[in-house]
Write a protein of this length. Structure first.
Lengths: 330, 524, 292, 330
């Protein structure tokens, strides 16, 4: 049959295919680095880039989870307040356990954070899938709930982490391993795991199928409810990891922690090339997107051109231009 | 020497007699279409005359639909020109072609599911009175147009909520709403049954009588034979030739299409049916669609389900398989099972091939491999990691086994021709290795050569000791391959035929009349 | 080589912070013009995390001789500021003290507790020690917390009763709605305290619309020019105001420069009082050109 | 034709059909009123309800525009900052014109506001359609831009309206006409117009078609770009009307004006029964949604059950419950 002989080149085609869509975010990243260097040569210093990439780690970690949620056809607006809520819970528990457990309070607290993340994600997932509520509204609701809970926990103020834990916990944000900052390593691991699950496992397939066409997924024996709920649970786990990394950076949780991160996270995912209507996810693009956002903010600080009042405008313009470049470079 | 054989060598257009002759209303000259490096059509030249029914036939993937889309402005040719009434035309958008008087009824349903039937019919050309849309009048016109086609859906129903057949009729009504010079039908009857087909054919003859040119694509060669003044055959994107319709028999058409002698359409029936019940369903109720349906299919048996459109066959099985609300007492191989979702059905060894390949069967934006293994993820990829290499192998195998015609294995499912999508879907369902296979409209849109192939597949399945249920609106097909046929009418089983009572007239009678007096049963 | 002074402050997200940004930029402009060998860089940040990032960015790209910072929160900024101090930078902290006071070379603070307490004292006095009060608080942060604490601690033991206390996010719009609802809910209110003047604007509008006459006092805080003007004009409902001048950032920048280029080392703690602004002294607190 | 006689029953079907989905928001509204009365009888007082409905007018007016954008398959996150920006521009122009025009500055300023709204909407629309950028990201970008512009215009402070205009302008918010507050009248007019355009004109059909299925719309000769751009322009006009009503309320524009309104607007639209994925719009449901949101906030203040810290949580829960009730009452 002729189709068979034709198939070999077809497969090669694919392997060597260079996709502009996939390359888009990395291209935008490269352009930004060049522009940054032109604006301020310090921009490319190891310290500065190290700082920026380390900072982008939170959003990157959360955005890996968001890539699952979005590619399965969902959306999660609650991640920002979930970070605050989980950070609060973690600190509370660590502080509570410190008299009994000493430094062991840190790993135990981390485990609790993870558990809390999984449960928060599960709650979001169930409301969206079993409750069949538009994800935008459902997670807007839980966003309010998490935010209120952290406000309640802190009595409107802050929950600082116990002094005795501070030094021991610090390396999780400030430490390096083989010269690489720990948060970068953690986010790399999360991204690798995410990419593995999304691209190499059955679950990843299901996720994309559910996002692309619910009916087809259902008729293929895939549980839409289970798949999408698991995506939210993964999101919850990612938020917990981000929260655990976040705590040592600022040493406290407050009602304003993580505010508006949800928008950054979604922006990172979309800049990375994942479509908001679901069906395909790009983990590495997402990571690039997170770094891009942080670089833009950094550039605003390093450059002196822009009035302080207009920073948000310039950021908005750059993001729109980045998306345009991506669209039309195809 | 048959005409087909005579024309095999030279591509000359056979002289046409007995059909209206005049200046072409639409002329395609030297048309080629390439997607990247893939050539889909090459150097096609065709004259379409007013008042003529011109059938285009060819194998799946021959390029028929592409050619039609090209004539009606949905795609632009890579080379070649179109002209109308002598002047060159160039369509970049479908509405330009429509404005010029060319309407296309798509092979795949192209309607907005969230809108009502009336809204879909009048989309982009709403009737207004004083700038205000005139819903009352639109609904009246819609009802009239639909009634003409024998479609009884409410004009205010949401398209997402009506059956596939009704959607097809809505789509046809849409094309007939305005006066056109050329109306193109791309497999309009694939989802229709007897009565609707007859009405449609009558409508087409009426168009012809009004001097409108009709282009007609179908894999149902009997329709082509009844309708066509001329038949143009495409093979692999190239013109084989244009023949006067009345001079070709169905066998000849098939031979010219395929380019070789065809074996018999229906495989030799082998007596593999046993009396061992494989799947038995008792008191199945699907609210609104089926009441109290019971049946049993045996090991080695091919059981047919016949019925008019709207009889509730699809919904019955979707209900049984947990795809829509419904209740049934199910026994598989003698032991009772519960099915709440398609997953459980697949795990229990029941495969279901949906009739709606575009909406429920395939991920059109996804490549072929992931589509192929989507139902079989659990069994095909043991563990959690995907076996890409195995998947690629399976795809190569499926492409060979099911003769899926494609230009490259890297294409997306949506880029396959309709018939080849159907074959991919069949391969997908069978990859789960089910012991009971339920196939809803197995050969919808499949060309005649591949039909025979699919029939022999089904035969092979039961030969391996599986059981097979075939839901089909083509009575001949059921008669050709089934051991036994159950006929449904308005959600209940109205009768059963086998052996010598399995005739078109008996099935039709059971499917339509209130109280059919059909001698049921027969001898094996 | 120029001496670099970085000024890190919250972004202008309501009237008071806008005032801070205005005064910081004014200070930078004046000093950059007056001292050719000093460069003042002002950076605003919309959140605590962003402020930490900005500190990192500022110190990664250049050597800072001094840092003037108005921290979002004490806890969260303490470690990052310490990291900069460790590089040999002179640290001036404004308004919110860090949890480790030894980091601060110079500390210039307003007194949020006093803002609440002084307002409460005036109310107790004016209402004769008893009455119904409703309170509008801002955004859940330490500043808001301290003001409320100062107020609540002061009225303890009097017959002043807080009927209701809710967040209005230092936003005049939300304060307008909240006040409308307070008015619907409580048939008799003697006094309103909005712990920020932005909110007071909304409160006054709602009271005016309701036409109610039971409200004797509607007080704010922060020293917004519109409210100070009311005090000057002898408004009956808002006869006093508590200052919490955003210009303290300018003072801090000048003091830091003095330390850097002047002969006099400036170190230690400076606490700005929050005395009541009354019709008598209001003119001193009135800056019609400031945005706040 | 026989069909003519057949069509009559089909039409009657529709007219007497009672749709639970359509009734959902009104039901939720009714339930809320009853609950409110139970919690605090003052809730149903004319003053209170009058205040609440008047307050909901802004969100309602903007949400009418959002119904167009969303039913055409778009999304607009910039409306909140657009209100602030337009309010700022309006006040600036009015103040500028007052020496020359006197009170005529008010209507002229209003016209300028409308023009500004149309232009802002056009900008959003073009970025989304011609620029082919995901609406979420595009309008997130312009949200930052508008917010920065108003911050810049006010130097971070406020732009108050000229004293001489204040009294003349006040009735636009505080006045009544035949006993009904002016903002309620304005929003009713906007809703009526919106309903007319969405349900009774060709454009409304196009809007729904573009949102339901872009391909089908395009094949039917509908310009997706034009239709969706016009939806954004309508949104801009609605924002301008809301801004014009807003200015007299507090007499000033500040950088915090309209903050987070976008979320309220989208929530109102979705609670009202419009699907976020496009294809159908329900103007009257949207209005009910806007009133529901404002009533929930009002109820929180009037009831004494909830700690001030938890108000956001309870609101989130109520919104989720309202959506659940709507889903399962079908
Ligand atoms: N967008 C596309 N990109 C690449 N190949 C395409 C595209 N569209 C169609 N093709 C290929 O063109 C060929 C002809 O397709 P077409 O749909 O015209 O076939 P057809 O004759 O209508 O077949 P069927 O009878 O199965 O409907 C097929 O091989 C198909 O895969
Ligand atoms: N959305 C709907 N609401 C109410 N009744 C419907 C709806 N869709 C179909 N029906 C009715 O349900 C019955 C079965 O529909 P359907 O046409 O799918 O049956 P079928 O036998 O599978 O036919 P086919 O598969 O050939 O289209 C018919 O009576 C039809 O009129
Ligand atoms: Mg075809
Ligand atoms: Mg069917």
């Amino acid at each position: 049959m002729t189709a068979l002989t034709q198939s070999a080149p077809a497969r090669n085609d694919r392997q060597f295919q260079f996709s502009w869509t996939d390359a888009g975010p990395f291209l935008a990243l490269a352009v930004l680095l060049v522009v940054g260097f032109a604006v301020n040569p310090d921009f490319l210093s190891t310290t500065n880039l190290g700082n920026v990439i380390t900072r982008s780690a939170y959003v990157a970690i959360i955005a890996v989870g968001a890539t699952f949620v979005i590619s399965s056809g969902g959306l999660d607006l609650s991640v920002g307040s979930m970070v605050a809520f989980i950070a609060g819970i973690t600190i509370m528990f660590m502080n509570m356990m410190v008299p009994g457990l000493g430094l062991w309070a840190i790993p135990v607290g981390m485990a609790i954070a993870l558990l809390a993340g999984l449960l928060c994600g599960l709650a979001n997932g169930l409301i969206v899938t079993v409750g069949r509520i538009e994800p935008f509204i459902a997670t807007l609701g839980t966003m309010g709930i998490f935010r209120a809970l952290i406000t309640y926990m802190t009595d409107g103020g802050t929950i600082p982490i116990d002094r005795s834990l501070r030094e021991a916990y610090r390396p999780v944000y400030f430490g390096t391993l083989g010269g690489i900052p720990v948060p970068i390593l953690i986010s790399a691991v999360v991204a690798l795991l995410g990419a593995f699950v999304l691209y190499k496992t059955k679950y990843g397939r299901k996720c994309a199928a559910v996002g692309a066409n619910e009916d087809v997924a259902r008729y293929s024996g895939i549980s839409v409810i289970k798949t999408r709920t698991v995506a939210y649970v993964i999101q919850g786990a990612c938020v917990a990891i981000a929260a655990v990394c976040y705590v040592p950076r600022l040493g406290a949780a407050t009602p304003t922690t993580g505010q508006l991160w949800e928008l950054q996270v979604i922006t990172a995912v979309v800049i990375g090339g994942t479509a908001l209507r679901g069906g395909k996810g790009r983990i590495w693009g997402t990571i690039a997107g997170a770094v891009i956002l942080e670089l833009i903010a950094n550039l605003m600080v390093l450059s002196d051109f822009v009035s302080e009042y207009l920073v948000a405008a310039v950021q908005g313009v750059i993001i729109i231009i980045a998306m345009l470049v991506q669209r039309f470079s195809r | 020497m048959s005409i087909a054989a005579r024309l095999e060598g030279d591509h000359a257009v056979a002289p046409v007699a007995g059909v209206p002759v005049g200046p072409a209303v639409l002329r395609a000259e030297g048309i080629s279409k390439r997607y990247g490096t893939v050539t889909v059509l090459s150097d096609v030249t065709l004259d379409i005359l007013p008042g003529e029914i011109h059938a285009i036939i060819g194998e799946n993937g021959a390029g028929k639909s592409t050619f039609m889309r090209l004539l009606s402005g949905y795609v632009e040719p890579t080379e070649g020109t179109l002209s109308m009434a002598g002047g060159r035309v160039h369509f970049t958008k479908p509405d330009q072609a429509q404005a010029a008087g060319i309407a296309l009824v798509h092979q795949e349903i192209l309607l907005a599911e969230a809108l009502t039937v009336t809204d879909n019919l009048f989309l982009g050309r709403e009737l207004t009175r004083g700038g205000i849309v005139d819903d009352v009048r639109m609904r009246r016109v819609a009802a009239a147009k639909l009634a003409e086609l024998g479609c009884e859906v409410s004009p205010t129903a949401l398209v997402g909520a009506i059956s596939l057949a009704d959607r097809q009729l809505v789509q046809i009504a849409r094309a007939l709403l305005d006066e056109h010079k050329v109306v193109i039908f791309d497999e309009p009857t694939a989802v229709l049954t007897g009565e609707e087909v007859e009405r449609l054919l009558a409508v087409i003859f009426e168009l012809k009588a009004r001097g409108i040119a009709v282009l007609y694509i179908s894999h149902r060669l009997d329709e082509v034979q009844r309708l066509a003044d001329k038949v143009t055959v495409l093979r692999d994107g190239k013109m084989v030739g244009t023949y006067p319709g009345h001079m070709l028999t169905q066998t000849e058409m098939a031979r010219v299409m395929v380019g070789r002698e065809l074996a018999a359409l229906y495989p030799q029936r082998q007596a593999v049916r046993t009396d061992q019940p494989m799947l038995s369903v008792r008191n199945a109720v699907v609210p609104g669609f089926a009441q109290d349906v019971s049946f049993t299919v045996h090991k080695g048996e091919i059981l047919g389900f016949a019925g008019m459109i709207g009889a509730g066959r699809t919904e019955l099985f979707e209900g049984i398989l947990g795809l829509r609300p419904g209740t049934a007492v199910i026994e598989l191989n003698g032991s009772p099972i519960q099915i709440h979702s398609q997953r459980e059905a697949v795990d229990a060894g029941i495969g279901y091939l949906t009739e709606d390949r575009k909406g429920k069967g395939l991920l059109l934006q996804e490549r072929l491999g992931p589509n192929l293994t989507l139902s079989a993820l659990a069994s095909f990829h043991p563990g959690i990691i995907l076996r890409r290499a195995r998947e690629a192998e399976a795809l190569t195998q499926a492409v060979a086994d099911y003769d899926i015609r494609l230009k490259s294995l890297g294409v997306k499912a949506g880029q396959l021709s309709g018939g080849n999508q159907q074959k991919l879907l069949l391969a997908k369902v069978l990859l789960t290795n089910p012991s009971v296979v339920i196939i809803d409209e197995p050969t919808r849109g499949i060309d005649i050569a591949n039909k025979a192939q699919i029939y022999s597949f089904i035969q092979d399945l039961v030969g391996q000791g599986k059981a097979c249920i075939v839901i089909s609106s083509e009575m001949q097909e059921l008669i050709g391959i089934c051991d036994r046929v159950l006929v449904m009418r308005e959600g209940v089983i109205s009768g059963e035929v086998w052996g010598e009572t399995m005739t078109e007239s008996n099935i039709a009678l059971l499917a339509t009349s209130e109280r059919a007096h059909v001698a049921q049963g027969g001898t094996q | 080589d120029k001496k670099v002074i970085a000024v890190s402050i919250p972004a202008a997200d309501h009237g008071w912070t806008a005032g801070v940004v205005y005064h910081a930029q004014a200070a930078a402009k004046e000093i950059n013009a007056a001292f050719p060998d000093v460069e003042v860089v002002v950076k605003t940040s919309p959140s605590a995390a962003d402020q930490v990032s900005a500190l990192e960015d500022l110190s990664a790209s250049r050597k800072l001789n001094a840092l003037v910072i108005l921290p979002y929160t004490s806890e969260e900024l303490t470690q990052p500021v310490k990291a900069i101090k460790d590089m040999g930078t002179f640290i001036t902290v404004v308004d919110r003290g860090l949890t480790d006071a030894s980091i601060q070379d110079l500390y210039l603070a307003g007194d949020n507790i006093a803002v609440g307490a002084n307002t409460a004292k005036f109310m107790i006095e004016k209402l004769g020690g008893k009455g119904n009060v409703v309170v509008l608080r801002g955004i859940p942060t330490v500043i808001d917390d301290e003001r409320i604490k100062g107020f609540e601690d002061t009225i303890k033991g009097t017959d002043l009763k807080v009927l209701d206390i809710q967040y209005a996010h230092w936003n005049s719009d939300q304060a307008f709605k909240l006040m409308q609802d307070y008015l619907a809910k409580h048939p008799h209110i003697d006094a309103v305290w909005a712990n920020d003047d932005d909110m007071l604007l909304g409160v006054l509008e709602a009271v005016k619309q309701s036409g109610r006459t039971d409200i004797k006092l509607a007080l704010g805080g922060n020293g917004m020019k519109d409210i100070v003007k009311k005090v000057i004009d002898g408004d009956a409902m808002t006869p006093v105001e508590t200052p919490y001048p955003p210009s303290m950032i300018k003072t801090a920048v000048y003091m830091t420069v003095a330390n850097l280029v002047g002969q006099a080392p400036v170190r230690g703690h400076v606490k700005l009082d929050a005395p009541l602004i009354t019709q008598a002294n209001a003119k001193e607190y009135y800056f019609p050109d400031s945005p706040f």
